[in-house]
Design a protein around this ligand. Structure first.
Ligand SMILES: [Zn+2]
Length: 154
């Protein structure tokens, strides 16, 4: 009898409020909620605009470009899936669409010396398995990328 020791990635907890985001990831489209009334982007998803209290928020595809706002290197795996992936860099990226609009993600395909707050970055879609694709980020400037780390580059 065959058994499998393959450990899959943690799965997102998809709710009616977040389904648009995960559907977008599956289509390699980074989508953020935007208030129809005042045009304010809202992330993490919530049902009410924090700026004008409007309740009509719709997903909008954004550029996937921004700057590295903060980062840290993780050296210990918090889940079995990450045991062979440490160390990796957790990142907070401020998206270009709006000051203060930030997403938590990971850095990939970067040259070690390039990591610094303010680095211009762009989304790089990474397939964690056959059914889960996540938006990670890489340097926008190809000369600041790691030529040896092209796995998952699309
Ligand atoms: Zn609003």
């Amino acid at each position: 009898m065959l058994t499998s020791n393959v450990v899959g990635p943690l799965r997102p907890d998809i709710t009616p409020l977040t389904k648009f985001f995960w559907d977008g990831c599956a289509e390699r489209s980074l989508r953020i909620l935007r208030c129809v009334d005042c045009k304010f982007y809202v992330h993490l998803p919530r049902p009410v605009c924090p700026k004008c209290l409007g309740e009509d928020l719709q997903p909008e595809q954004i550029s996937g470009r921004g700057v590295l706002y903060s980062h840290t290197t993780t050296t210990r795996a918090f889940d079995p899936f990450y045991v062979d992936k440490v160390p990796y860099v957790l990142a907070v990226v401020e998206l270009e669409e709006q000051q203060g609009l930030r997403v938590a993600s990971q850095m990939v395909n970067y040259a070690e010396f390039a990591l610094r707050v303010g680095l211009e970055v762009e989304v790089q879609w990474v397939d964690l398995d056959e059914t889960l694709t996540l938006p990670y980020f890489r340097p926008s400037n190809p000369y600041l990328r790691d030529a040896n780390d092209l796995a998952g580059v699309k």
